[in-house]
Ligand binder design. Structure first.
Ligand code: PLP
Length: 368
C-alpha cells in the first residue's frame, strides 16, 4: 500500500472480490446476489465499486434514491438497479434511465402506474416492498387486494419481485422476531401469488440475514455492509476484509507546556510537557465532533493517539507525547487492521455510520 501524503480513502478492490466471494459461498448456486451500493457504496465510491462488481457478474444493484442510480447509468453500468426509496418527483427519470422502483405504498403505486400508463410502457419492472415489522416502508398484508386490482387489466407495469427487510438480523436476542418476520413474509408471498396468479421473485435478507438465516435467502439476497468488509459480529468480521482505509499525514507537531490549551474553546489542557500533532482531517471530512475530547483516536507508527480538544472543520489535533513520530508521518484513521467498527464504538456508533460519513472532499484511491 502506498504511503499517504494527504488525506485519502484507499479502496482495495481485491478485498471487495474476497467479500463478494465469501458472501456468495453462503448462498445456493441459483440464489441471485444484489449488491447494495447506496450512499457512494457505503462511503467508498459507487461507480468504481459497481464497475468491479459488474465484472464479477453480480445480478442486481440497489441504491436508495433515483439520483444515485442515474450516476451509475451515466458511468455505463448496465446491470438492473433497484431504487429502494424513490419519490414520485423522480419517476420520469427512473423510467428514462431504466431504474426499477421499490413500490412501497398505495400512493406510490398509483403515482408510478399513472406515469407508466401515460408513457405507454409495457411490463415496466417494479418491486413491491412489504412491511413485516420494521415499520419503515412497505405495504401491509391486507393491502394485497388493492394492489392486485390495480395490476389487473394493466400491462404497463410488471411485478418482478416482492421483498421485505429484517429489523434485527444481526441480533440473536431478536431471533424470535426475525423468525416471525420470515413467517409473515412467507404468508404475504403466498397470498399475493394466490390472488394475483403471478410468482415474482422473493428477497428478504441483508448481510446479517444471509449469515444468520440461511433458510431465508429466497430467490435473491441484498448485501451491503458485508461487501465492504463488516459482518456485524466478531466471528464474521474475521471472514471479511474491510475494503476502505482512511489515511492522513502529520502536518505539524507542537510542543506544549503544562496548562497550555489546544484547539477551539480551549477544550484540552496540557498536563505537563506534551506533544500534539495536527492532522488535515476534520468534521467536514467525516470525523464527527463526538470523536473529539479524547473519545476517538488515530494510529501513528502503530500506536494509538487520542484526539484532543474539539474536532475542527478541517483538522484534528492528537496527543503524540509518547509516540516517536515526525511531521510527514502517516496517520491511520481506520484500515483493515485498525477497524472502522472499533473506532465507531468509541462514539457509541456502528461501522455503517463512520464509513458512510467520509465526505466527498476526501480523495479516493483505488488499489486493484
Ligand atoms: C441498506 C439496505 C440493505 C443492505 O443492508 P446491509 O446490512 O448493509 O447488508 C438491504 N436492504 C435494504 C432494504 C436496505 O435499505
Amino acid at each position: 500500500m502506498p504511503k499517504a501524503h494527504e488525506t485519502v480513502l484507499e479502496v482495495d478492490l481485491s478485498a471487495l472480490t474476497h467479500n463478494f466471494n465469501y458472501l456468495k459461498s453462503k448462498l445456493q448456486p441459483q440464489t441471485k446476489f444484489l449488491a447494495v451500493v447506496k450512499a457512494f457504496a457505503y462511503g467508498s465510491d459507487s461507480v468504481e465499486i459497481a464497475k468491479h462488481l459488474q465484472k464479477l457478474n453480480v445480478d442486481y444493484f440497489a441504491v436508495a434514491y433515483a439520483k444515485e442510480g442515474v450516476i451509475l447509468r451515466d458511468a455505463g453500468i448496465t446491470t438492473p438497479i433497484l431504487v429502494l426509496h424513490p419519490q414520485p418527483i423522480n419517476f420520469k427519470t427512473i423510467i428514462e434511465r431504466c431504474l426499477e422502483p421499490s413500490i412501497y405504498s398505495t400512493h406510490i403505486l398509483n403515482e408510478f402506474r399513472t406515469i407508466a400508463v401515460a408513457q405507454s410502457q409495457k411490463n415496466y419492472p417494479i418491486h413491491l416492498k412489504f412491511n413485516t415489522g420494521l415499520n419503515r416502508l412497505g405495504f401491509k398484508e391486507n393491502d394485497i387486494d388493492g394492489i392486485v386490482s390495480k395490476l389487473k387489466n394493466n400491462d404497463s407495469i410488471k411485478v418482478t419481485s416482492l421483498f421485505s427487510h429484517l429489523a434485527a438480523s444481526e441480533d440473536f436476542n431478536e431471533l424470535d422476531f426475525s423468525k416471525l418476520q420470515i413467517e409473515r413474509f412467507n404468508a404475504i408471498a403466498k397470498t399475493f401469488e394466490t390472488k394475483s396468479g403471478i410468482k415474482p421473485w422473493l428477497h428478504l435478507c441483508n448481510t446479517s440475514g444471509v449469515l444468520n438465516y440461511p433458510k431465508a435467502h429466497f430467490d435473491m439476497v441484498r448485501c451491503g455492509i458485508g461487501l465492504y468488509g463488516f459482518g456485524n459480529s466478531a466471528k464474521e468480521d474475521k471472514n471479511l476484509k474491510p475494503i476502505a482505509s482512511l489515511k492522513s499525514v502529520i502536518s505539524q507537531i507542537h510542543e506544549i507546556e503544562k496548562d497550555e490549551t489546544v484547539g477551539y474553546n480551549r477544550a484540552y489542557t496540557s498536563n505537563g510537557h506534551e506533544k500534539s500533532a495536527t492532522i488535515p482531517i476534520g468534521h467536514a471530512d467525516g470525523i464527527n465532533r463526538i470523536y473529539g475530547k479524547g473519545n476517538g483516536f488515530v494510529i501513528i507508527n502503530g500506536q494509538k493517539a487520542p484526539i484532543i480538544g474539539n474536532v475542527c472543520m478541517d483538522m484534528i489535533m492528537v496527543n503524540v507525547t509518547n509516540i516517536d513520530c515526525k511531521e510527514g508521518d502517516e496517520v491511520v484513521i481506520f484500515n483493515s487492521e485498525y477497524k472502522a467498527s472499533t473506532l465507531s464504538e468509541s462514539a457509541k456508533s456502528i461501522s455503517y455510520e463512520i464509513i458512510t460519513a467520509v465526505s466527498q472532499r476526501v480523495k479516493r484511491v483505488f488499489i486493484p
